[in-house]
Design a protein around this ligand. Sequence first.
Ligand code: SF4
Length: 178
Amino acid sequence: MKRNKKIVLLAHCILNVNAKVYGLATVPAGCKQIVTGLLNRGFSIIQLPCVEQSCFGINRWGKVKNQLSFPGFRSKCRSLLKPIVEQVLDFYENGYEIAAVIGLDGSPTCGVNYTCTGNWGGEIGEDFGLSAKIASLDILREAGVMMDILQEMLEEVGVSVKFIAVDESNPETCLINL
Ligand code: SF4
């Protein structure tokens, strides 16, 4: 049996950059350094859902965490993560190593070390206080909504996993922490 039973959970858009908000793609398809780096190190990959696309589609505007911290979005995170957590638990109970969850810092959904916040919402345009809205945008030193929920769900089933994040300007650095 050749499998080595090492698995990571990876933010959806690292494998599929097309899920990102328009303007944020830094590569044409997915992050080759991370994906090949993981496979070369012997890690299988479970792709996490892109909850933002599921809720708001590919034509959505960029958002901040406080916009997404509402019951319906959290509930959608839970329902999309449920089959993944069940799969993780099955692996875990059968001796597989769940090596890490790899998120994407800055994202309101998939951030790990930091996310974004601000008075962001409503109509867009100077008549609607756009400058003040832009000025209110800031970094928030906490995880994004889906990562909060994923951590809760893994704790509920007794699976302890470290959470790390991709730095898109230096993608291979996240591999050092595995
Ligand atoms: S919600 Fe997560 S998976 Fe979707 S585009 Fe944003 S960072 Fe990527």
